[in-house]
Design a protein around this ligand. Structure first.
Ligand code: NAD
Ligand code: IPM
Ligand code: MN
Length: 346
């Protein structure tokens, strides 16, 4: 039996996960889901962020479905680092997979780009970079204050995520990989990334390649997003570029992701790209599509291809039927998509 650990988290995380679970219930009947009440409420109640025993229990599942963590009542980073990043690091989820498509029916902000024309995936490194390096501060609060933040890049970590991006490119139509970094300024990490990219590229003669500095890549994602196929990049650049990619493909409410451990040595985690959105939390207006599409990625990862495809089709139908600018009710979207999935699998 498939065992899924569910972490709804904070803010709209809990709202969108309720809808994702409706869809999961019909897409994969008979799975066992265990909910973990990690996040701001538990932190305030008990002071715990991610107790070791809970982490071990989660580790025993086939996959994790997460909503979002982070809350204005908790100092920034406490939950994000102590829960979300800890799971990504400890479970070696080194491929942070973030696809972006301009779905039919979706009105993106770019006037000259038509649905179907954007179909890219960012393979964001998930366990290293500025997220994992040492840092420190001196003379805190004084005019002489110093703060440092180090980017940690290993050959092992860089090479393995780049190789994963090439393997993914081989399974796609255009077979093109763009490596994004900032080698003109970050001479150590940038140099390692460029050399690893060139070496791995030589193993994949059927894949075409390109290198872009991150500032230019950010611009091209807005001026000609159609040209991208697979983008491989470091942790922080990938974080920023995937919000841009989401924005040009109909918004953050549609952007799904998977923090994947390709070796299956620990569970992979599937979550929307967005956060807990305190500005709209509790109003029932958050779009659950990103969480539902993340559930489709979870199903695909666990080998339930037919169920994954049905969820993708149901979302496509949902989006095709939308009127631009119309306000949506979170639970109505979940009900419609779940009903369509059950029809498709019926
Ligand atoms: P955010 O993604 O929560 O919100 C940014 C904007 O997008 C807001 O205006 C919000 O209303 C809107 N938005 C987000 N998801 C939406 C949805 N499904 N439907 C409609 N609108 C949506 O980013 P933020 O405001 O920078 O961060 C809020 C909190 O979430 C912070 O604590 C941050 O650390 C955390 N965060 C967590 C994750 C995660 O758990 N994976 C990701 C990003 C941010
Ligand atoms: C994301 C988020 C996280 C990240 C934060 C909340 C730690 O922005 O998943 O994109 O930076 O990876
Ligand atoms: Mn982000």
């Amino acid at each position: 039996m498939t065992r899924i650990a569910v972490i709804p988290g904070d803010g709209i995380g809990t709202e969108v996960i309720t809808e994702a679970r409706k869809v999961l219930d019909v897409a994969l009947p008979g799975h066992e889901a265990t909910e973990y009440d990690l996040g701001a409420a538990r932190y305030h109640r008990t002071g715990e962020i991610l107790p070791g025993s809970v982490q071990d229990e989660i580790d025993g599942h086939d996959a994790i479905l997460l909503g979002a963590v982070g809350d204005p009542t908790v100092p920034p980073g406490v939950l994000e680092r102590g829960l979300l990043l800890k799971l990504r690091f400890d479970f070696d989820q080194y491929v942070n997979l973030r696809p972006s498509r301009l779905w039919p029916g979706t009105n993106g902000p770019l006037a000259d780009v038509k649905p179907g024309e954007i179909d890219l995936v960012v393979v964001r490194e998930g366990t290293e970079g500025l997220y994992a390096g040492a840092g420190g501060s001196l003379h805190r609060g004084s005019p002489a204050e110093i703060a440092t933040e180090e980017s940690l890049n290993t050959r092992y970590g860089t090479e393995r995520v780049i190789r994963d991006a090439f393997q993914r490119a081989l399974r796609r139509d255009r077979r093109h990989v763009t490596c994004v970094h900032k080698a003109n300024v970050l001479s150590h990490a940038g140099d390692l990334w460029r050399r690893c990219f060139e070496e791995v590229a030589a193993e994949f003669p059927d894949v075409t390649t390109e290198y872009q500095h991150v500032d230019a890549a950010a611009m091209y994602l807005v001026t000609r997003p159609q040209d991208f196929d697979v983008i491989v990049t470091d942790n922080l650049f990938g974080d920023i570029l995937t919000d841009i990619a989401a924005a040009v493909t109909g918004g953050i409410g549609l952007a799904a992701s998977g923090c994947v451990n390709p070796d299956h040595s620990h569970p992979s985690m599937f979550e929307p790209v967005h956060g807990s959105a305190p500005d709209i939390a509790g109003r029932g207006v958050a779009d659950p599509v990103a969480a539902i599409l993340s559930t489709s990625m979870l199903l695909e990862h666990l080998g339930h291809g037919e169920a994954a495809t049905a969820v993708g089709r149901a979302v496509a139908d949902e989006l095709a039927g939308r009127t631009p600018g119309e306000s949506r009710n979170t639970s109505a979207v979940g009900d419609r998509v779940a009903a369509r999935v059950s029809e498709l699998l019926g």
